[in-house]
Design a protein around this ligand. Structure first.
Ligand SMILES: [Zn+2]
Length: 154
């Protein structure tokens, strides 16, 4: 018998994209599931590492905390980096003084994929070609067609 703490989530192939995170058991609404961890980097470092022009698709392992901080989940990040985007999510990312936690927005059943709304915001100078890389394939009936935040106001 192992005394290792039993995880409530598992990473496996997703129908939406690449890998996804799935509930191994019922997760009650409001529960904190996992912290989104990884290396904390500046926007300049983010640009140095991930040149938008060179990316075929959006980067899924980045979490924008604020104007000064991005978490790069590709560097020592938790399984939270594998959580896919959905326009009809069952999870939400909550900023607690700069640390990001994924909470269940509704009760999630065993086997369900964990999803949150990325609501990505692009730089003002990003053009249509770049915008196209953020197309959404979540498959939900109310899919807005992009993982970008379309409600952002300048
Ligand atoms: Zn969608």
């Amino acid at each position: 018998m192992s005394h290792k703490k039993r995880s409530i989530i598992v990473v496996r192939e997703s129908e939406i994209q690449g890998k996804g995170v799935f509930a191994k058991t019922r997760i009650r609404k409001g529960r904190c599931i996992i912290e989104y961890t990884g290396e904390r980097i500046t926007p300049d470092e983010e640009t140095r590492r991930y040149d938008d022009e060179a990316m075929e698709r959006h980067h899924t392992f980045l979490f924008h905390v604020d104007e000064e901080t991005t978490i790069d989940g590709a560097v020592g990040g938790s399984d939270a980096r594998f959580i896919n985007h959905s326009c009809d999510p069952n999870c939400e990312a909550v900023d607690d003084e700069g640390r990001i936690y994924i909470y269940a927005m509704k009760t999630i059943h065993g086997g369900d994929e964990l999803l949150y709304d990325y609501n990505f915001e692009l730089d003002e100078d990003d053009d249509e070609e770049i915008t196209k890389r953020y197309v959404c394939h979540c498959g939900s009936p109310n899919c807005r067609g992009t993982i970008l935040n379309t409600e952002a106001t300048e």
